[in-house]
Design a protein around this ligand. Structure first.
Ligand SMILES: Nc1ncnc2c1ncn2[C@@H]1O[C@H](COP(=O)(O)OP(=O)(O)OP(=O)(O)O)[C@@H](O)[C@H]1O
Ligand SMILES: [Mg+2]
Length: 559
């Protein structure tokens, strides 16, 4: 038995939108925004599919001529966004949904509401039409049907996951990671700012890495260091140079020359003639910071022969402030991951082992969750930017046929991919990601930008993303950013943003056949981001107190 309900006839057509006149008032009361309608097409075997975007009742004047009294009639209208075509048959395949419109409906064409069995059947067609299914949840309008994304398209065009705090972003990420980790050659990095994805270590093909904290040592394989010699010259300047110092140009120039000199010396000792000919200040070649520092001190105190007596050298006293800055950064325990002076980190081949840890796949290592919880917030953009830059460069220099696609999951992206840069370090970090957003597709690098404040996330990066998973957003600024990123013809679809349930999302973009509202599955392994139930906790008998241990950890800077 068919449950198709005729709701009315097409009254006006505008490329991607139509309005449908509804005669039966009761029916108007039962339809809802975002329900799916099916419209007869002029082509046989084809039906046009649309989403209800607006339900309206308008009073219009029915005045026949000047002399008669105006007579108002009420007109019931629904607005529909056309989203695709359902083909009964194409080639050997039956019931295929395409996101293109071969024809637009004609005036007076019948419009049906899809409900009950018809709706489930249609949603199942959508689920089974998805290629490379990445199952993410169930459709809110048809709870039995799987919501599948196209796993290729999701990563090809970068993705955005947004929603207010506690709306379910981290769970959604865990859910996607769970599906991806079951693929044997998965290759992904997760920037885990709060260490909340640690429980996911039990997924297949997954390793946990951590950016070194104050007390970590390079000998541990799961700890990552980013020694100063990996920083680009601009990054070093951003970290060490005080632009307001009148001697900044001298300091910068001297540092530049010294870095070149010491990199060159290492290349000579290592006998790397091929690199010697072409290396620059940016080349990832280790040098000893202590050597650079003593050379700086020498120049800062240098005396030279004058005409009559000894006089101060050209840089005498001009580097003092810079040396002090450098020494204080070096002594800052929080920057252990940059300034650790262990011999191992100066080994010429150490760089390969670092890249291996970031880019390796197979061997149960493809999904790398990087714990950033001990990185100081002011340095965060520098480190994320550095990782982005290293990955981009390596992918770029890799032989085309060896290149393996990699996705970067950037949680809490507003912290290091900000909309308004304050200059210096943030700007440098951002540049790497803008580059990935624009050119990454060609080199198989995908971004998944995750944030609770889309209005604080860099616009260039967001505008390059072709897939959106938008969870509940109540802040008007954030809603507006997302509304602007959604395709135009979706109309009022984004009005649903503030009324979504926890764990519910609007999914729009390349990877999803229909713009849809989806109840995201619970991940098997949940991130440790649980919302704390204050009332319940306060209501419990509690004797254990973790205060001393927390104070101890704070002092030691180690959990
Ligand atoms: N798909 C879901 N189904 C059921 N409950 C969910 C779902 N997603 C999230 N929740 C609930 O919401 C809580 C918060 O989710 P989550 O940690 O993913 O939020 P978030 O958006 O990442 O927040 P924040 O921006 O603060 O990191 C979870 O602990 C869980 O109780
Ligand atoms: Mg989260």
């Amino acid at each position: 038995m068919s449950t198709e309900t005729l709701i009315g006839k097409v009254q006006s057509v505008d490329t991607g939108n139509i309005s449908v006149k509804v005669d039966n008032e009761e029916l108007l009361n039962s339809v809802q925004v975002n329900q799916i309608v099916q419209i007869r097409s002029t082509k046989t075997g084809e039906k046009i599919i649309g989403l209800i975007s607006k339900i309206m009742r308008k009073a219009i004047s029915d005045k026949i001529d000047e002399s008669s009294e105006p007579d108002f009639v009420v007109e019931n209208l629904i607005k529909v966004n056309l989203v695709g075509t359902l083909l009964e048959k194409t080639g050997l395949d039956k019931n295929v949904f395409k996101r293109t419109l071969n024809t637009v409906p004609s005036i007076n064409a019948d419009c049906f509401l899809l409900q009950g069995e018809d709706l489930s059947r249609f949603m199942n067609i959508i689920s089974s039409n998805s290629e490379n299914p990445l199952k993410i949840g169930k459709y809110t309008i048809s709870e039995m049907s799987d919501a599948n994304l196209d796993g290729n398209k999701f990563f090809q065009r970068h993705a955005v996951i947004v929603g207010g705090t506690g709306s379910g972003k981290s769970w959604t990420v865990a859910n996607i990671l769970e599906k991806a980790a079951s693929l044997k050659s998965i290759n992904s990095l997760v920037f885990d700012l709060h260490g909340e994805y640690k429980p996911l270590k039990d997924l297949p093909n997954t390793t946990l890495l951590k950016i070194a904290g104050p007390s970590d040592k390079p000998s541990d394989d799961n700890i990552i260091f980013f020694p100063y010699w990996l920083l680009s010259y601009e990054e070093i300047e951003a970290l060490l140079l005080d632009r307001s110092d009148s001697n900044a140009p001298n300091q910068s120039r001297t540092l530049f020359d010294l870095i070149i000199k010491h990199k060159k010396e290492i290349l000579e000792t290592e006998n790397k003639q091929d690199i010697l000919d072409n290396f620059t200040v940016e080349s990832p070649i280790p040098y000893k910071l202590s050597d650079v520092l003593s050379a700086l001190e020498e120049k800062d105190t240098e005396m030279v022969e004058g005409a009559r007596a000894q006089k101060q050298g050209p840089l005498h006293g001009k580097l003092t402030r810079f040396i002090q800055r450098l020494k204080s950064k070096q002594a800052d325990k929080r920057l252990n991951f940059i300034f650790n002076a262990d011999k191992e980190l100066l080994d010429f081949d150490w760089f390969v082992s670092l890249i291996n840890r970031l880019l390796d796949f197979g061997n149960e290592k493809g999904l790398k969750i990087i714990d950033f919880s001990e990185v100081p917030s002011d340095i965060l953009p520098l480190i994320t930017g550095l990782i982005g830059r290293l990955i981009f460069s390596i992918q770029q220099w890799m032989e085309d046929d060896k290149r393996h696609p990699i996705a970067l999951f950037c949680d809490e992206a507003h912290l290091y991919l900000p909309a308004n840069v304050k200059g210096g370090m943030e700007e440098k970090g951002l540049q790497s990601f803008e580059r990935i957003a624009k050119e990454g597709r060609k080199y198989g690098i995908s971004l998944v930008v995750i944030s609770q404040r889309p209005s604080d996330v860099n616009k260039t990066i967001l505008s390059q993303c072709g897939n959106f998973i938008a969870m509940r957003l109540t802040n008007p600024d954030d809603q507006n950013v997302i509304k602007r990123l959604f395709p135009d013809n979706l109309g009022d679809f984004s009005e649903l943003l503030p009324i979504l349930d926890i764990g519910e999302a609007l999914i729009v973009g390349d990877a999803s056949l229909l713009p849809s509202r989806v109840k995201i599955d619970k991940p098997k392994i949940q991130p440790s981001s649980a919302t704390i139930n204050f009332w319940d906790e306060w209501n419990k008998e509690k004797s254990e107190k973790g205060i001393e241990q927390a104070v101890q950890a704070l002092r030691k800077q180690q959990k």
